[in-house]
Design a protein. Sequence first.
Length: 352
Amino acid sequence: MPGRTTFESPVPSPACHAPGPILADVMPGFEPPGAGPPPSTTLLVPCTTEQATASQDRADREPSEAAETPETPKEQAEASDGQAEASDGQAEASEEQAGVRAGVSVFPPIGEGEGVARWSVEIMEWAPHDPDAFTQGLEIADGTMYESTGLWGQSSLRAVDPATGEVTARVDLPAEFFGEGLTIVGDEIVQLTWRNGIALVYDRATLDLLREHTYAGEGWGLCEMGDELIMTDGSDRLARRDPRTFELLSTLTVTAHGYDGRLDHLNELECVEGMVIANVWQTDRLLVIDPLTGRVVAAIDGGILIDDVSRASTAGQIDVLNGVAVDDNSATLWMTGKLWPRLYRVRIVEVP
């Protein structure tokens, strides 16, 4: 299986990639039954011809001046020193680009106001992904990616090499289980099921099933934050649970400033730097939520991934964007979707 592919030059600026509202028209399920149309809360702006041209020009622009060849020994020595410094600078820049520095955040700066910040993603690289995997959850620990897949009779828990996309270990769920989100708690993996009301707990090293927890309602997304688990059930609420007993501790309704509708269909989760990233089912958007208040602080446009994977998917039908995992070693995110042939490492960027 081929290895992952790095994007050698920046993709065109995503600042104006997807036009239109992000919390109203774009996302289904936000309108309560019987209510009128939700207010038009536009968080992304459409590209103008000038913006698109400028973005492409920046991506295509390359240095045109060639370095002069030094002629004297002194000039050669100075050039050699300069090359060494440049090499050191490139190495430092490479580390900085990868985020392998203490204090680097996954997120752009979050404003102090109540508004919803507008972010997008920049593709750093991609790796092959099983196009038959109906991805429901992603996590990374110690260089291994763990993936939960769904569908009746096809659900599984997998260990994946993110460098190649190879599935290195796999456990199939019973046919009556529909796999959903998962998270890592120490040396264990907790995997939700959709309508079975059962959370499966595995040994992370062997993928052996250790025990089960029960819960009421549906299971959608799950992530660990400190000494608690955060869970979604497809509604507009985040539930806090005890990671040892799975006891329900509390629930919190998610809201967004300037939007009066319900933010339903919160799906797969990732807890990052004290925030919760939530995929929103049937959209190419993710919400960044403050779990203390339930307030949406940012919305991430993943449309650029839809564009790329659509071009790459020639053999089969892709489904929605779903699956996000933080790579702590690079301050980036891995993202994919249901039945996608690619797994992407991305960086979150601001939308001007």
